[in-house]
Ligand binder design. Structure first.
Ligand SMILES: O=C1C[C@@](O)(C(=O)O)C[C@@H](O)[C@@H]1O
Length: 262
């Protein structure tokens, strides 16, 4: 069992595709909180760190954002850092910046090369998306184009279109996160993941959220999702499981998918 399309950071694949990358979010409100979270999480050896900058009180102060990103990077060692502003309409925190200011922040962060990957939502204005794409490309930073629905799970066709749209818009990684209302929705997300991962040239990331959705965080990679978001210190979305538990499940899956006795 192997994911063939791997996420790359500065031209090098992260991981070997034989298990999903585990990404742990940082959601501190102040620099010290974020760095304390980083110190705690790094010991748990995730594959990626996601800095959810929409939780950060000083998001409006570009110098403080860059300084904090650099400090996270220094503390993270070899672990790549993903920079994410999640908008309120896609499940993020309320922030005081205009969209123009958010785009400028992404451009500044890219220019300073203080992160390795950026996540930007596909529902943003096309012109903004293109600006962030241009800035990330110029800096050699990978771009995740994402879609979230925290209320329900759209149909199979729509989910497949979202993955495809990310590739068409020039993403390095396509990401879809949706909320299930029942187990059929979980199957819909997994079906879209499998179908799109067979079709797309780029790696994809998917998850169903909440209690039922946590199933996809544990075995969604078998269906083609290359990353699972897990709790290192704090959760950033419903249904994320602690990294220790996820590691246990992945070890069981490794053995059982390999045909060995657990
Ligand atoms: O988009 C995602 C996925 C996520 O929403 C999740 O469900 O794990 C968590 C967010 O921090 C991240 O940006």
């Amino acid at each position: 069992m192997e994911n063939k399309k791997l996420i790359e950071v500065r031209g090098k694949p992260v991981g070997d595709g034989k298990r999903p990358l585990i990404c742990t979010p940082l959601v501190g409100r102040k620099r010290d909180d974020v760095l304390a979270e980083t110190a705690k999480i790094v010991q748990k050896k995730p594959d990626l760190l996601e800095w959810r900058v929409d939780f950060f009180d000083a998001i409006g102060d570009a110098a403080e954002v860059i300084g904090t990103a650099k400090a996270i990077r220094a503390a993270a060692g070899d672990i790549p850092v993903l920079f994410t502003r999640r908008s309120i309409k896609e499940g993020g925190e309320r922030i005081a910046l205009s969209e123009e200011e958010v785009v400028r922040l992404y451009e500044t962060v890219c220019e300073s090369r203080c992160v390795d990957l950026v996540d930007f939502e596909m529902s943003n204005d096309l012109a903004d998306l293109q600006r962030v794409r241009a800035a990330s490309k110029a800096a050699g930073i990978g771009m995740v184009m994402s879609f979230h629905n925290f209320s329900y799970t759209p149909g199979l066709e729509t989910l497949n279109q979202r993955f495809l749209e990310a590739e068409r818009l020039g993403a390095d990684v396509a990401k879809v996160a949706v909320m299930p209302r029942d187990l059929h929705d979980v199957l819909t997300l997994l079906t879209a993941t499998l179908q799109s991962s067979e079709k797309l040239r780029i790696p994809l990331v998917s998850m169903s959220m909440g209690g039922y959705g946590s199933l996809t965080r544990m075995f969604g990679w078998v269906f083609g999702s290359t990353v699972s978001f897990a709790v290192g210190a704090s959760s950033s979305a419903p249904g994320q499981v602690p990294i220790e538990d996820l590691n246990t499940v992945l070890e069981i899956l490794r053995k059982s998918l390999g045909g060995k006795q657990v």
